[in-house]
Design a protein around this ligand. Structure first.
Ligand code: OSB
Ligand code: MG
Length: 370
């Protein structure tokens, strides 16, 4: 496989419903779409960096800069026997995993298309369909929250995650349990608490949550380990895990019992596979996170989530919850039983609609080997 051209597009899509986390509320999503071309085919990768550096230090603009200035020259014109070689080729660049992942996952898609094989098969997926869960943001009122959960359970989703922050936590969970009983329920704090909040977080213990995701700081492992000794609810790490080494350290330290894998956060599929295998070897379940991706990134996620140790329903839901229309047609749909079939076509296996991409594009850059 030889990539001779890389196209960057900055896209912006309005969200169907606002999404609020402990960072704040967003009404649209901007992201960089990477297209790699070579050997007469093309592959796409969606960069999950956001326009602001609130979830991670990377942004759409840092990704644009890093890909165009540093990553593109490391892949353009280089012969790769397999996309698993791409992440290592980007090694000189420290960090910037989201920028790296967009290029790497586009290369996987290109390779899958060249071989005529779905990504799931290339990655070692074992499932024909994945179990789907939803991530529900902070709402204007607890009544609004209950109404949204009602809708998602009726749609068949297999797990409900609600965002929490100080002031929107125990009472919210109490109301959800009172109304819906023993549904598969978890919370995500996006780092909104301190270790000194342990007594408040321990108040969640009686509610039998599947887990609490990222209660403490994005760069912390040590305090999470201390917190896990003080609460019964299993801790799952998201923001704190950027490398396979972080995951190993977190598991060894007892900082988490579950790991959320987002390929964008760890630099792509190759590192996600290593993380998946490490967690499996340590008996730690993983699930696939989401970053409000369009159908393009969502399709990549579905393929990865078809691997064995993705044993908990992830944040991969139907297109209609995010974008209408999506960039792909047909959109991703969830069956009545709360599952999403893994696309069977080559690469990501979904049809990207060029006119929709064009309409959402704010800027384009073409990169070629000099
Ligand atoms: O913390 O998992 C998170 C969205 C953007 C950034 C971070 C997170 C999220 C979500 C939404 O929870 C997941 C999704 O539905 O795509
Ligand atoms: Mg999270």
């Amino acid at each position: 496989m030889n990539i001779t051209q890389i196209e960057l597009r900055l896209l912006r899509l309005p969200l169907v419903h606002f999404f609020e986390t402990s960072f704040g509320r967003v009404h649209d999503r901007a992201f960089v779409l990477v297209t790699v071309r070579g050997d007469g085919m093309e592959g796409v990768g969606e960069c999950v960096a956001d326009s602001n550096p609130y979830y991670s230090a990377e942004t759409t603009e840092t990704a644009w800069h890093i890909i165009s200035t540093f990553l593109a020259p490391l892949v353009l014109g280089v012969e790769f026997a397999h996309p698993r070689e791409v992440f290592a080729a980007l090694r000189r660049v420290r960090g910037h995993n989201m920028a790296k992942a967009a290029v790497e996952m586009a290369a996987w898609d290109l390779y899958g298309r060249l071989q005529g094989i779905p990504l799931a098969r290339l990655l070692g997926g074992t499932r024909a369909a994945i179990a789907s869960g939803v991530s529900i943001g902070i709402q204007d009122s607890l009544d609004d929250l209950l109404a949204r959960i009602d809708t998602e359970l009726a749609a068949g989703y297999r797990r409900i995650k609600i965002k929490v922050k100080p002031g929107w936590d125990v009472e919210a969970v109490d109301r959800v349990r009172a109304r819906f009983g023993p549904i598969p329920l978890m919370v995500d704090a996006n780092g909104a608490y301190r270790l000194s909040d342990a007594p408040q977080l321990a108040r969640l213990d009686p509610y039998d949550l599947m887990m609490i995701e990222q209660p403490l700081d994005y760069d912390d492992l040590f305090d999470h380990a201390a917190l896990q000794r003080l609460i019964r609810t299993p801790i799952c790490l998201d923001e704190s895990i950027h490398t396979v080494r972080h995951a190993r350290d977190a598991i060894d330290a007892g900082a988490c019992r579950i790991i959320n894998i987002k390929p964008g956060r760890v630099g792509g599929f190759t590192e996600s596979l290593r993380l998946h295998d490490l967690a499996a070897a340590r008996g730690v379940p993983v699930w696939h996170g989401g970053m409000l991706e369009s159908g393009i990134g969502r399709a990549h996620n579905i393929h990865l989530a078809s691997l064995q140790n993705f044993s908990i329903p992830g944040d991969i839901a139907a297109s209609r919850r995010y974008y209408q229309p999506d960039l792909i047609d047909p959109p991703i749909e969830v069956s009545r039983d709360g599952t999403i079939p893994v696309p069977g076509g080559p690469g990501i296996g979904v049809h990207v609609v060029p006119e929709r991409v064009e309409q959402a594009t704010e800027r384009i850059l073409l990169l070629e080997r000099l």
